[in-house]
Design a binder for this molecule. Structure first.
Ligand SMILES: [Zn+2]
Length: 226
């Protein structure tokens, strides 16, 4: 199960971390003491993405033990293909400190990053990346390709994976399982509606046929004549 615990031991709710009405950043300014604590905050942001129907990935940026940026995956709701959790968190962090470089900063993200986000981290000069679950299909740290080992970048950062990996993976599995179930329900409902329509059409045709039979039947007509 997900484990998003406040520093006082209380389980975080979405209301704790994000106000939809004001869009206020609720985590920025918080102090964090461990990788696990930081990842738990990123997980609470992933939960927020899930509630908006976005693939649940969350990220925070920490500098000098203080959260300076936060974000959750939101490409669909913000009409922005670049709005991955890491990108949103990086933009939020650079705005917070008024600097396009995130020197000495650690980026925490619940899922192994993609090429785009890896690029932004390199350009942003982060010092360290900590991620939760691996992304076997498109992850570029250890999975699909190992970008940190390529020789052509002008900046390299430390990497640590697997922090709260189980929780970070679980929130994604739960999300996709729910989505599959919803799709299945939709399909079944569409099938039922189609069957009902076909049946109604059949009844209508039968009624029409019966009516025709009543007025055009030559025998009946003859009967009237006689
Ligand atoms: Zn990405």
């Amino acid at each position: 199960m997900m484990r998003s615990i406040n520093s006082d031991g209380r389980v975080l709710t979405v209301a704790d971390v994000w106000s939809k009405e004001t869009g206020v950043r609720m985590l920025t300014g918080r102090s964090v003491e461990s990788d696990e604590e930081a990842m738990a905050l990123a997980l609470s942001l992933a939960q927020q993405a899930a509630e908006l129907g976005e693939v649940p990935v969350g990220a925070i940026v920490v500098q000098d033990g203080r959260v300076i940026g936060e974000g959750y995956n939101q490409p669909i709701t913000s009409f922005d293909p670049s709005a991955h959790a890491e990108m949103v968190a990086i933009r939020s962090a650079t705005a917070e400190i008024g600097n396009y470089r995130l020197s000495n900063a650690t980026l925490y993200v619940t899922l192994e990053p993609c090429t785009m986000c890896f690029g932004a981290m390199t350009h942003g000069r982060i010092a360290r990346l900590v991620y939760g679950a691996t992304e076997p299909k498109a992850g570029v740290i250890v999975s699909a390709i190992q970008l940190p080992q390529q020789p052509f970048f002008n900046h390299y950062f430390d990497v640590q994976g697997g922090v709260l990996a189980q929780e970070c993976g679980q929130i994604l599995s739960d999300f996709f399982a729910r989505r599959r179930a919803a799709k299945k329900r939709l399909k079944a409902a569409a099938k039922a509606a189609q069957a009902q329509e076909l049946q109604a059409q059949e009844v209508e045709e039968q009624e029409l046929e019966a009516k025709k039979g009543g007025s055009d039947d030559p025998q009946t007509l003859r009967g009237v004549e006689e």
